[in-house]
Write a protein that binds this ligand. Structure first.
Ligand SMILES: [Zn+2]
Length: 464
């Protein structure tokens, strides 16, 4: 047998097994998995002694180059995907948003143009949002036309549809959430839902807040029961419509339990995502003098919620970990220095997920090595309809991370590659980090240095 590249002497770790093996790559695909030191002709070999060889990580929730009230998110498709690759990510899923009057396919075409700079493969979630801007803070309706276009978007490779139950400009009323879910069920797509009760949040945010410089008030305007209620409503709509549904960024125990209960009731198509910020940080970050930089939604929660989320992840009540990477510079974040409501929402994390989940999950005994691979690499591919990704198995894309448990990485802005001048995880050192990253058989990083050709990423047309 001949191959292009042979990864030797590593320990292959998948969602369900750990074993020493050599991995042969040909024409961008995994060609064979062989006992160590098998004799095979390879154009090149790569030594992975002392390292785990795992499937490339998939981050199915990022916001690159997204327009916001304080300008675009700080990472464009080049800096964002470079940082991703250096953190072991070989595929990501970002979003298409639609302007008033624009069709879903027109918006997709425009977004694909921007995404051409991506150095790794990428998919796009189609956002189903109201056709017009809100009036007096009241969300408008989603037109019949837009709902009908769900079918075309699916056929164009956007198999997943994002809906917000909060933020006036994006929020869909229950009637439209349910209509869209029925249309998504009809094409067998996946709904991804930001579940918070937006109406209640808006009233709380507009009421007199005694000290708006105190960022902890952000969490007080979005209490856990608010998230709990919205997740319950979303799961009810999923159940009645029959739509496969993923609840995005679950941040508290009660919300996670709703997804766990749905699974116990036999709803096999309801999934839950959480993010490193909810697993590593707590609302203590919001209590800092610069706490407004940690404003994100749902907000960071108390320690008890964090502990519960780890259990939910290990017990498979929650399915995947994504980052919701939404990077802003200090200048952008500091618009909220005197009033947390003016801080753009979101924390960065595109580069740090694998390392943080290894440090706080595997090394601290909260997740097995297999759980780590399952939640960061394999389940994201399955849930988001990427049939060639997420596994070390013959015929799959050769997206592979050589993860060195002996590397130490300080999570400072100097050591990281996002186009921002702060880190939400400053002060943390990860033991274990991606050393080399291979995407479709090509090295995109080697010895923690980027070596990818620009714009090499391809659009992943996803389906179920
Ligand atoms: Zn998001």
């Amino acid at each position: 047998m001949n191959c292009d590249l042979l990864i030797t002497n590593g320990t292959v770790a998948t969602a369900d097994a750990i074993y020493p093996a050599d991995v042969a790559i040909s024409a961008g695909k995994i060609a064979a998995i062989l006992p160590p030191q098998s004799s095979i002709n390879s154009l090149a070999t790569h030594d992975a002694t002392g390292c785990y060889v795992i499937p490339g990580a998939i981050d199915a929730h990022v916001h690159l180059n997204m327009p916001t009230g304080v300008g675009y998110t700080a990472d464009d498709w080049c800096t964002g995907t470079s940082a991703a690759a250096l953190g072991g990510v070989t595929s990501l899923v970002d979003f298409v948003e639609t302007e008033p009057g624009e069709s879903l396919l027109e918006a997709l075409e425009k977004r694909l143009g921007e995404a051409r700079q991506s150095i790794i493969d990428f998919g796009l979630h189609m956002t189903i949002q109201p056709d017009e801007h809100p009036i007096n803070g009241i969300p408008r309706r989603v037109s019949d036309k837009r709902i009908t276009q769900i079918k075309e978007a699916y056929a164009a490779g956007c198999a997943t549809f994002k809906m917000y139950m909060a933020y006036p400009g994006f929020q869909v009323q229950d009637i439209d959430l349910f209509r869209a879910l029925r249309a998504i069920a009809e094409v067998n797509g996946l709904a991804c839902i930001h579940a918070e009760n937006g109406d209640v949040i808006e009233v709380l945010r507009q009421s007199n807040i005694s000290d708006p410089a105190r960022a902890l008030n952000h969490a007080r305007t979005r209490p856990t029961i608010n998230e709990h209620e919205a997740v319950t409503r979303a799961v009810m709509c999923a159940e009645v419509s029959g739509a496969r549904t993923l609840i995005f960024h679950i941040g508290c125990e009660h919300a996670a339990r709703v997804v766990a209960d749905a699974k116990l009731r036999g709803l096999a198509n309801v999934y839950g995502e959480t993010c490193p910020q909810y697993l590593v940080l707590t609302e203590e970050s919001l209590a800092r003098p610069d706490g407004h930089r940690w404003v994100c939604a749902p907000p960071l929660r108390p320690q008890a919620d964090q502990d519960a989320l780890w259990h939910m992840l290990a017990s498979r009540a929650l399915d995947i970990v994504s980052t919701d990477h939404c990077p802003f510079t200090i200048e952008q974040k500091d618009k909220g220095h005197n009033d947390f409501r003016l801080a753009p929402g979101g924390v960065p994390g595109i580069e740090t997920r694998l390392g943080l989940m290894y440090e706080y999950g595997v090394r601290r005994g909260r997740l097995s090595l297999n759980d780590w691979v399952r939640t960061c690499c394999t389940r994201p591919a399955e849930i988001h309809g990427m049939s060639a990704k997420g596994r070390i198995a013959v015929g799959y894309d050769a997206d592979i991370v050589v993860f060195d448990p002996a590397l130490r990485k300080k999570l400072t802005p100097r050591e990281l590659h996002s186009a921002i001048d702060w880190s939400a995880y400053e002060g943390i050192t990860c033991n274990g980090w991606p050393r080399d990253v291979i995407a479709r058989g090509e090295f995109v990083t080697r010895n923690q240095r980027l070596c990818a050709t620009p714009a090499r990423g391809r659009f992943i047309r996803r389906s179920y």
